[in-house]
Ligand binder design. Structure first.
Ligand SMILES: Cc1ncc(COP(=O)(O)O)c(C=O)c1O
Length: 373
């Protein structure tokens, strides 16, 4: 008989890299019914056409595995129409369970143990855990100066000297709003054919300088672009994102995804959202109006802030940022604390919604600041 000690069962060990990691933790609970200015989501919800399409989902559609036919084409058509192109075709597109899953798959397919992952700092928080999972060496180049300028010389130098396996540029960058001109990215890619250069364009709609119209994936197959329906289209809860690149790179990334990773609700919603570009354009226009308004007000009120492109800005309260954050939460408004983030510790990141939502935020912020003075 085998004797088992019930008091101290041995926990099976994961891979070495996983043993050295913590789970990615974001404050994701209890956010409903509040004004959510903490994750740069769409603050008014998706197009009514999306809601209608979801309501019309039949029991059969739920009972069978999802089908993806036509979705790549619908996304390609949407890109071609909104960027005045005709060149993007379905085999240049991969579909994912959110861009998070695209990032994960890119690292899974391309991220070798011991090889270099080059990125900037501060930036989106999910790149590094994916690099760590693969046992990559992470090199982070800081944004430069008080305006958080793009560290182009340092990135160029690192590409040349270190020959990283993967470089990710978040363009515009979350959370600094920093952007790098699309044509400069093409130049970097042409100079560094050994590196897979990933351009995370999640917030590009708020900037208007996509790389897609000027990239020729046959000439720069080492470039790949990420887009999501989470932010502008308001589908964050359904999870759908896309990668656009050379068909052979797309094929390699598809090799590491599951056959049914994206569920039928997300597919149905994506068709409806992509078919209502007017709704998305109107939302983006509303956010841009609100961005101009809040920028002016923050300067008028002499509130230390940094606002560039993107649907978000950083502000540095004179008071304890945690106390301000808590106070705002009790007033029904969520913002994201940038505590321990390189270069921006002490700041709060605030998402931009409609002008009315920004008015409410500023009112509540001023009240909190006065109370905590
Ligand atoms: C820069 C950036 N990339 C990717 C993501 C993840 O996007 P998705 O919701 O499509 O997974 C986010 C979400 O906040 C983000 O800010």
């Amino acid at each position: 008989m085998i004797s088992v000690n019930p008091c101290s069962p041995e926990i099976p060990k994961a891979r070495l890299e996983i043993e050295g990691m913590n789970a990615y933790s974001a404050p994701l609970e209890g956010r409903r019914k509040l004004l959510r200015l903490d994750f740069n989501e769409n603050t008014i919800g998706p197009s009514p056409k999306v809601i209608e399409a979801i309501r019309n989902i039949t029991s059969e559609e739920i009972a069978v595995y999802p089908e993806y036919k036509g979705l790549r084409k619908a996304f390609a058509n949407n890109l071609n129409a909104s960027l005045s192109l005709g060149s993007i075709v379905p085999n240049q597109i991969a579909i994912f369970n959110g861009v998070d899953a695209a990032i994960h798959s890119i690292f899974y397919a391309y991220g070798d143990r011991g090889k270099i992952f080059l990125t900037t700092t501060p930036t989106f928080g999910y790149y590094n855990p994916c690099a760590n999972m693969q046992g990559m060496k992470i090199i982070e180049i800081p944004y430069e100066g008080r305006s958080f300028n793009f560290p182009l010389n340092q990135i160029s130098l690192s590409l040349r000297n270190l020959k990283p396996k993967i470089l990710i540029i978040c363009n515009p960058n979350n959370p600094t709003g920093t952007s790098l001109e699309a044509r400069k990215i093409i130049q970097l890619a042409q100079e560094s054919p050994q590196t897979l250069i990933v351009i995370d364009e999640l917030y590009e709609a708020f900037l208007g300088d996509s790389i897609i119209p000027i990239v020729n994936f046959d000439q720069t197959p080492n470039l790949i672009v990420l887009r999501s329906l989470s932010k502008t289209s308001g589908l964050a809860g359904l999870r759908i994102g896309f990668a656009i690149g050379h068909p052979e790179v797309i094929d390699r990334i598809n090799r590491v995804t599951g056959p049914y990773d994206i569920n039928s609700f997300a597919v149905t919603a994506a068709f409806a959202a992509l078919g209502d570009q007017v709704y998305i354009d109107n939302y983006v226009a509303e956010v841009l109006k609100a961005r101009s308004w809040i920028k002016k007000e923050l300067s008028k009120e002499k509130i230390h802030h940094h606002l560039n492109s993107g649907n978000y800005f950083l502000l540095w309260p004179d008071q304890n940022p945690i106390a301000i954050e808590e106070h705002l939460k009790t007033s029904g408004i969520l913002v994201r604390n940038m505590k321990n983030k390189h270069l921006i510790d002490g700041s709060l990141r605030v998402s931009i919604g409609t002008t009315d939502q920004m008015k409410l935020f500023l009112d509540m912020y001023k009240k909190a600041a006065k109370l905590l003075h």
